[in-house]
Design a protein around this ligand. Structure first.
Ligand code: ADP
Ligand code: MG
Length: 160
């Protein structure tokens, strides 16, 4: 397990962090032959959706990336990748995740980005990467917790 933290100076930098994750997580998914699981933690307005936008755009999707606040999940098919962007803020009953069939989402090649993962009360797989964003004097701080990346994948973070 590796943990590192740094300042994220503005919205563009948050998107860049998403773009860096977009270079790492699809390759990781192909390597382990299941979806990569990324937890996005932090208060309302911390930048979780902004990061997700940067991630999805960096993969070449040029449509609208909306916040899945009411739908709980927004799927994107980008070439061979299945991207699922979750926002579980309004999840009332974690069992709803089972009815949605999320188990299948995590079996595909692709990436699951999960805002408010704590609302799932443990009904999701363990994250491969957790990004925690917090307010810092008009900017944000990011703490990145990595469980399962190899050295080459970790090196991508140097580009931030
Ligand atoms: P969340 O999904 O965590 O609730 P959003 O991404 O919807 O948050 O909103 C984050 C807000 O903070 C946006 O208004 C965005 O412009 C701003 N923001 C994002 N990243 C940064 C940053 N690094 N520094 C300052 N403001 C940021
Ligand atoms: Mg959000």
């Amino acid at each position: 397990e590796t943990e590192f933290s740094f300042n994220v100076k503005d919205e563009e930098h948050t998107k860049k962090l998403g773009a860096v994750l977009a270079r790492i997580m699809p390759a990781f998914s192909r390597r382990v032959k299941r979806a990569a699981c990324v937890f996005l933690e932090g208060d309302l307005g911390a930048g979780k959706t902004t990061l997700s936008r940067g991630f999805i755009r960096a993969l070449g999707y040029d449509g609208l990336v909306k916040s899945p606040t009411y739908t709980l999940v927004e799927p994107y098919q980008i070439e061979d990748l299945n991207i699922f962007h979750f926002d579980l803020y309004r999840l009332l009953d974690p069992e709803e995740l089972e009815f949605m069939g999320v188990r299948d989402y995590f079996a595909k090649i692709g990436v699951c980005l999960v805002e408010w993962p704590e609302k799932a009360c443990g009904l999701l797989p363990e994250p491969d990467v957790t990004v925690t964003l917090s307010y810092a004097d008009g900017t944000r701080n990011a703490v990145i917790n990595v469980k399962a990346l190899n050295k080459e994948e970790l090196n991508e973070f140097e580009k931030l």
